[in-house]
Design a protein around this ligand. Structure first.
Ligand code: GLA
Length: 400
C-alpha cells in the first residue's frame, strides 16, 4: 500500500511538472516590439572608456534632459565596459563598489525617474574587452541580475570568446533575457565577424557591422563604405549598427554634421558618444536637429542607399513612409564641389522598397534639413555647392 501511495505521489508530482510546461525549454528569440525605429541614446565608451561611475551616469541623465536631447528623442543611457566588480560566491555579478557605491538598482531608478532607460554592457566570452568578468557560463544569472536591477538594454560584446560561434552565443543570451522576464534591447556587438545580419534579426534589435569607430572622418567614411550590401537586412525592430556616434568628440563641425547626416541616411542607431554635460552649441545643434533625426526615425525603416557618385560627391537617397524622400549630397573630397542636379532627368525607383521618386509627373518641395529652410521645388535643377567634408541634406515633399 505504501508503495502504491509513493508511486501515486511521484506520478502526480511529475504530472504537475509537465502540466506547468517544460521549464528546461529555451526561447532563443527576442522580445517582440522593441526598437521599431533605430534606438536613440548615449553610451559612455567613445568619450570615457573605462572611466565610468555613478556620478557620470546620473549627471549624464540630468544633461540628457536639460540639454533637450531627451525631447529630441534620445532615450537610453548606456554604461559600457568597466562597471563590473566581482562575482559573489554563488556567481552573481555585482558592480564595482567604489565606482557604483549606491548599486545598479538605485542608478536604474534614478535614470527611470528622469523618463529615461538604462543600458548595460557585457560580453559573450570569459572576459570583456577591457578584461572585466564576461558572461560566458553565467548568462542566465547575469540576465536575472540585470532584470532585477531594472536594466532596459544590453550591449553584448565579443572579446575572449574562444571556440564560440556568434549565432549560438547570442541565442544563449537572448534566451537568458527572455527567461529573466524583463524586455531588454539586445545590442549585438560582434563586429560583423559572423555575418550577424543573416541571423541577428531574430535574436536582437541591432548588430554591429564593423570594428570600432574612432573620432576622425577617415574612420567614419571607412565604416560608411562597409555598409554596402547590408540594407536589405535592416527594418523595424532590427538594425545594422555602424557603431556609436563620435559627434562632439573632436572632428570639425562640418565633419560631425556629415557623420550625423549619413548615420541618419542609413537608419543607424543614434547613440551619442560625447560628454553631454559640456557639449558646445554646435554639437548640440547637430545632435538635436529634429528634421535630420526624422530621416533616421522614419516609421517605414528603410535604410538609405548610395544612388550616384560624381567626382568626390556621393548622392544618397532614403524613402519615407508616405512618399517623401531624403536626398543627401556628401562631399568626401578636399575641395568644395558644385552640384547641378536635374530632378526631372530620371524616374528613380528603389528596388528594395519599390518607392518611386518621380519629379517628371509631380512636383516636390525642397527643404534644406540643416538650415531648416525651404529652398524651392523640383521644377528646376538644384544648383549649389557642398563644402569639403560636408553634406547638403534635403527632404523632398509632395502634396498629392
Ligand atoms: C569593444 C567594442 C566597443 C567597446 C569596447 C569596450 O571594442 O566594440 O564598442 O564596447 O569593446 O571594451
Amino acid at each position: 500500500m505504501k508503495k502504491i501511495k509513493l508511486l501515486l505521489a511521484i506520478f502526480s508530482l511529475t504530472a504537475t511538472a509537465y502540466s506547468q510546461g517544460n521549464n528546461y525549454t529555451q526561447d532563443y528569440t527576442k522580445y517582440k516590439g522593441l526598437a521599431l525605429t533605430p534606438p536613440m541614446g548615449w553610451n559612455s565608451w567613445n568619450k570615457f572608456a573605462c572611466n565610468v561611475d555613478e556620478n557620470l551616469i546620473r549627471q549624464t541623465a540630468d544633461a540628457m534632459v536639460s540639454s533637450g536631447m531627451k525631447a529630441a528623442g534620445y532615450e537610453y543611457i548606456n554604461i559600457d565596459d568597466c562597471w563590473h566588480g566581482d562575482r559573489d560566491s554563488l556567481g552573481f555579478i555585482h558592480p564595482n563598489p567604489k565606482r557604483f557605491p549606491s548599486g545598479m538598482k538605485a542608478l536604474a531608478d534614478y535614470v527611470h525617474s528622469k523618463g529615461l532607460k538604462l543600458g548595460i554592457y557585457s560580453d559573450a566570452g570569459s572576459k570583456t574587452c577591457a578584461g572585466k568578468p564576461g558572461s560566458r557560463g553565467y548568462e542566465f544569472q547575469d540576465a536575472l541580475m540585470y532584470a532585477k536591477w531594472g536594466v532596459d538594454y544590453l550591449k553584448y560584446d565579443w572579446c575572449n570568446t574562444e571556440s564560440l560561434k556568434g549565432e549560438g552565443a547570442y541565442k544563449t543570451i537572448a534566451a537568458a533575457l527572455k527567461k529573466a522576464g524583463r524586455p531588454m534591447v539586445l545590442s549585438i556587438c560582434e563586429w560583423g565577424t559572423d555575418r550577424p545580419w543573416i541571423w541577428a534579426p531574430q535574436v536582437g534589435e541591432l548588430w554591429r557591422t564593423t570594428g570600432d569607430i574612432s573620432n576622425n572622418i577617415g574612420s567614419v567614411m571607412k565604416i560608411l563604405d562597409l555598409q554596402k550590401g547590408l540594407r536589405q537586412y535592416a527594418g523595424p525592430g532590427h538594425w545594422n549598427d555602424p557603431d556609436m556616434l563620435e559627434v562632439g568628440n573632436g572632428m570639425a563641425t562640418n565633419e560631425d554634421r556629415a557623420h550625423f547626416a549619413m548615420w541618419c541616411m542609413i537608419a543607424a542607431p543614434l547613440i551619442a558618444g560625447n560628454d553631454l554635460r559640456s557639449m558646445s552649441a554646435q554639437t548640440a545643434a547637430i545632435l538635436k536637429n529634429k528634421e535630420v533625426i526624422a530621416v533616421d526615425q522614419d516609421q517605414m525603416g528603410v535604410q538609405g542607399y548610395q544612388y550616384a557618385v560624381k567626382d568626390s560627391v556621393e548622392t544618397w537617397l532614403k524613402p519615407f513612409q508616405g512618399g517623401d524622400w531624403a536626398v543627401c549630397f556628401l562631399n568626401r573630397g578636399s575641395k568644395s564641389q558644385k552640384i547641378d542636379f536635374d530632378w526631372k532627368k530620371e524616374v528613380i525607383t528603389d528596388t528594395l522598397s519599390k518607392a518611386v521618386l518621380n519629379a517628371q509627373n509631380q512636383t516636390y518641395s525642397l527643404r534644406n534639413l540643416e538650415t531648416m529652410k525651404d529652398i524651392g521645388t523640383t521644377k528646376s535643377p538644384l544648383k549649389t555647392e557642398v563644402p569639403v567634408h560636408d553634406v547638403l541634406m534635403l527632404r523632398l515633399h509632395h502634396k498629392n
